[in-house]
Design a protein around this ligand. Structure first.
Ligand code: OAD
Length: 252
């Protein structure tokens, strides 16, 4: 058993569940995480690739990095962790997925209500008129020459993701905050919980009385806050947790 009986009953009976996810949930789909051994930020410097200043300095370099990540994300498939979370959409009366990931694997697994705190790599936005276009089209048009062709307004397209030093999309964050504060339980999956303000949502949920459960291969910044930290790979722990919680409606 993963959870003590009292915690299991509390989670099984949650009416409102928030799943808060980070790069670790997509690790078993073959996508790299940012921190820790082998992480992207060990090989690359965020200030060279993931800031507005880096883009202004060298848009081709930034685009080449995002284009290669986009190709990997496009080829990746949802793993058992994404699939359990999607099935929970039918098990809990309310389930909102709040993700820091830009890969859209939650949506591809079938999750319907997904709040993308850091935007998505599947879309690109003009820095001039803010028109958005599908990244797949822009890259096809570019035919390997990056950065892609400019927008009709003369502005440059950039990936529609949030970079360091930028604000999170206001309405998305406001709703995520509401959902976290009003949730009965929040399961944080595969995140180091070190990037703010996203990580602050976990504290908000906890302060509002939600049951916080962590799923991570290793202890993280939030382990102290969580009522329980389940150690292991998300693609193994979540299916086990799904079996343990059983089907809705569950009354202890
Ligand atoms: P991190 O790379 O910081 O953390 C990933 C976490 O997932 C770590 O705590 C790992 O231990 C854990 N992990 C790895 N594989 C796992 C698995 N198979 N199952 C469960 N846990 C696993 O990624 P995030 O927390 O998502 O932001 O990072 C947050 C933000 O920092 C990202 O959105 C990105 C990055 O810089 C921007 O680019 C703005």
């Amino acid at each position: 058993m993963l959870l003590a009986p009292a915690l299991r009953a509390r989670l099984a009976q949650a009416r409102k569940l928030v799943v808060f996810s980070g790069a670790g949930v997509s690790q078993e789909s073959g996508l790299g995480t940012f921190r820790g051994p082998g992480g992207l930020w060990e090989r690359f410097r965020p200030e060279d690739l993931a800031t507005p200043e880096a883009f202004a300095r060298d848009p081709g370099l930034v685009w080449r990095w995002y284009a290669s990540r986009f190709e990997a994300m496009r080829e990746a498939r949802p793993n058992p962790a994404h699939l359990v979370i999607a099935r929970w959409g039918g098990r809990f009366p309310s389930l909102v997925v709040v993700t820091q990931n830009i890969d859209r694997l939650h949506q591809r697994a079938g999750s319907r209500d997904v709040l993308e705190l850091h935007g998505t790599i599947w879309e690109s936005r003009c820095t001039g008129c803010r028109r958005t276009r599908a990244t797949v089209e822009l890259l096809a048009e570019a035919g390997g020459t990056l950065p892609p062709l400019p927008c009709a307004c003369g502005g440059r397209y950039r990936p529609a993701v949030v970079w360091f030093g930028e604000r999170l999309p206001e309405q998305v964050f406001a709703r995520a905050l509401d959902e976290a504060r009003s949730s009965d339980a929040l399961i944080a999956v595969g995140t180091s919980a070190t990037v703010w303000p996203a990580a602050g949502l976990i504290e908000e949920a906890c302060a509002a009385g939600a049951l916080v459960v962590e799923v991570n291969r290793e202890p993280s910044a939030l382990s102290g806050l969580a009522a329980v930290a389940l150690a292991g790979a998300a693609g193994e722990v979540l299916p086990a947790l799904e079996t343990e919680l059983g089907a809705w409606p569950t009354r202890a």
